[in-house]
Ligand binder design. Structure first.
Ligand SMILES: C[S@@+](CC[C@H](N)C(=O)[O-])C[C@H]1O[C@@H](n2cnc3c(N)ncnc32)[C@H](O)[C@@H]1O
Length: 250
């Protein structure tokens, strides 16, 4: 067996950093390939698994190598309170595109149109995973696999298909674009094959996305309030989908 640290250094550039126990737990649970995992206190990490994730305890037991604190600190940008870190293989773009294109779809795809904030993107991936959404697609320049997005997503990138596409490449299905000027969402049933599109934090929906939209839909909001935060808008919309008949996946 190769030295885990040598393996880490060999894989680090192409792999996805799982920062902390919870990210590792989620990634393992949702089938990520994890070639190397380290902990400063292996016993404490396994005790956490006993308490919070007995379903993946045996896998973590086989994966985790104990390393000195200084070694751990040299592998991560900023130490996590659980002092656990791992590398996972990024799912292939081809595989994700197949998942996103497959019809009939049993749960919507969330599209973030030119998002800017890495934390928002991570929070949306976590929401999409929680609601069993088919995937999260971003348009524009933000990389949805950026380490900060992965940290915000708590390892849940492996529970849904996450890719960057252009508006022309969006998956099939009716596009419901969320915009305060749209029809009140409370009167709209969002189908399971919906593509739910959200605009950027600064400027809302792009012209290209608006042109592709089948319907503009609004979240209820008092007149004096101009808009909601992007991630909370996604949360309300997915909740609406689940509460109006689309809850089979949850
Ligand atoms: C922070 S908002 C964008 C605000 C931006 N200044 C604008 O002009 O639209 C980010 C995205 O959240 C969604 N959103 C926020 N509030 C909404 C509402 N009341 N109804 C529907 N969508 C909303 C939209 O998709 C919007 O593009």
């Amino acid at each position: 067996m190769t030295d885990p640290l040598a393996r880490w250094r060999r894989l680090a550039d192409a792999a996805v950093l799982l920062d902390g126990f919870h990210a590792l737990k989620h990634a393992v649970r949702f089938g990520a390939e994890v070639p190397v995992a380290v902990a400063v206190d292996r016993k404490a990490a396994l005790a956490l698994a006993d308490e919070l994730a007995p379903d993946v305890r045996a896998t973590l037991d086989a994966l985790l190598t104990e390393v000195p604190e200084a070694t751990y600190a040299s592998l991560v940008p900023r130490p996590h309170p659980t002092a656990v870190a791992a590398l996972a293989v990024r799912p292939s773009r081809e595989g994700n595109l197949r998942v996103l294109a497959r019809m009939p779809r049993t749960a919507p795809v969330v599209v973030l149109d030119e998002p800017r904030n890495l934390g928002n993107a991570g929070a949306v991936i976590r929401l999409a995973a929680g609601f069993g959404a088919t995937g999260v697609v971003t348009t524009g320049t933000l990389d949805p696999w950026h380490p900060t997005v992965v940290r915000g997503g708590a390892g849940l990138h492996f529970a849904t298909a996450v890719e960057r596409l252009t508006v022309d490449e969006l998956p099939p299905g009716p596009v419901f674009a969320l915009d305060p000027e749209g029809a009140d969402i409370r009167g709209v049933r969002l189908p399971d094959d919906a593509v739910l599109a959200f605009g950027s934090e600064r400027s809302g929906l792009s012209a290209a996305l608006r042109a592709r939209a089948d319907r503009l839909v609004a979240l209820p909001m008092r007149p004096q309030v101009s808009s909601y935060n992007l991630a909370t808008s996604v949360a309300m919309t997915l909740y609406h989908w689940s509460a109006t008949g689309g809850a089979r996946a949850c």
